[in-house]
Design a binder for this molecule. Structure first.
Ligand code: NAD
Length: 257
């Protein structure tokens, strides 16, 4: 298959977009390293199930992406890294003058600095292997802003900048670096908010999605983790070999507004 023999590391991949991207990469034949900061039986079961379903090698490696040394250790422990997907991320919403400093620092560390550390550790491996793909999961908030999301918007704009620098430093090598910018994606995190919002506004599920959650997404539909995984697989294909240093929006038209 397309990605047979390649090893993909996906940070923050025991749920949501990370797991969706890891699944599509496994489907395309890549061996996969799943990661999060936890070390539960369910984490290792996810890896075993993915391996069984797609006939590839899947490992789960625990590492906290808020800590630079653990980000680098994740790549070293994996032992190979042809495809690096920087996906781990958290969110907190508050006005700037009330934003808790520890939340700001954690968002910058997990959503932005982790990608610097993993990329620094992965590039020598990609160079040795003579091939590499860095896929950073940014956000529509890497290109536009919303109030109360200072740390998230700063981190995601930073991810887009880091992507461009990575691309320029590898431009003459068979390595590319790009950022995927999702709009709203129906992850378990988002799904869990729907029933409460339905109650709060006395609205149907469809109305909550269209008129509350997706007001900024012109398609009025969520992007799916499968679509994001498919975009990552495309960026790993030969057709994308000259696509580097750019962003691909998967946002139902959000950034066209
Ligand atoms: P999620 O909460 O389902 O997934 C986040 C993942 O990051 C989880 O696997 C979690 O365990 C992991 N994680 C959190 N802190 C970590 C840490 N310290 N170390 C290692 N792993 C850690 O959320 P999601 O919606 O799947 O988000 C994934 C990425 O996509 C994030 O970077 C997010 O900013 C981005 N994104 C999401 C949306 C959306 O609508 N869901 C939109 C745009 C961008």
């Amino acid at each position: 298959m397309q990605l047979n023999g390649k090893t993909a590391i996906v940070t923050g991949s025991n749920s949501g977009i990370g797991l969706g991207v890891a699944t599509e990469l496994a489907k395309a034949g890549a061996d996969v390293v799943l990661n999060s900061f936890t070390d539960n039986d369910e984490d290792h079961k996810l890896a075993a199930d993915l391996a069984k379903e797609h006939g590839v090698n899947v490992r789960y490696i625990q590492a906290d992406m808020s800590k630079g040394d653990q980000c680098r250790a994740l790549i070293e422990k994996a032992g190979a890294c042809d495809i690096l997907v920087n996906n781990a991320g958290i969110q907190h919403v508050a006005p700037i003058d009330e934003f808790p400093v520890e939340k700001y620092d954690a968002i910058i560390a997990i959503n932005l600095s982790s990608a610097f550390h993993t990329t620094a550790a992965a590039l020598p491996m990609m160079r040795k292997a003579g091939w590499g793909r860095v896929v950073n999961i940014a956000s529509a908030h890497g290109l536009t802003a919303s109030p109360y999301k200072s740390a998230y918007v700063a981190a995601k704009h930073g991810v887009v900048g880091l992507t461009k620098v990575t691309a320029l430093e590898t431009a003459e090598e068979p390595i590319t670096a790009n950022a995927i910018c999702p709009g709203y994606v129906l992850t378990p995190l988002v799904e869990a908010q729907i029933p409460d919002t339905m109650k709060e506004y006395d609205m149907s599920r469809e109305d909550v999605i269209k008129n509350v959650m997706l007001t900024r997404q012109p398609s009025k539909e969520f992007a799916t983790v499968e679509q994001l995984g498919g975009t990552a697989v495309f960026l790993c294909s030969d057709a994308a070999a000259q696509i580097t240093g750019t962003t691909i929006s998967v946002d139902g038209g959000w950034t066209a507004l």
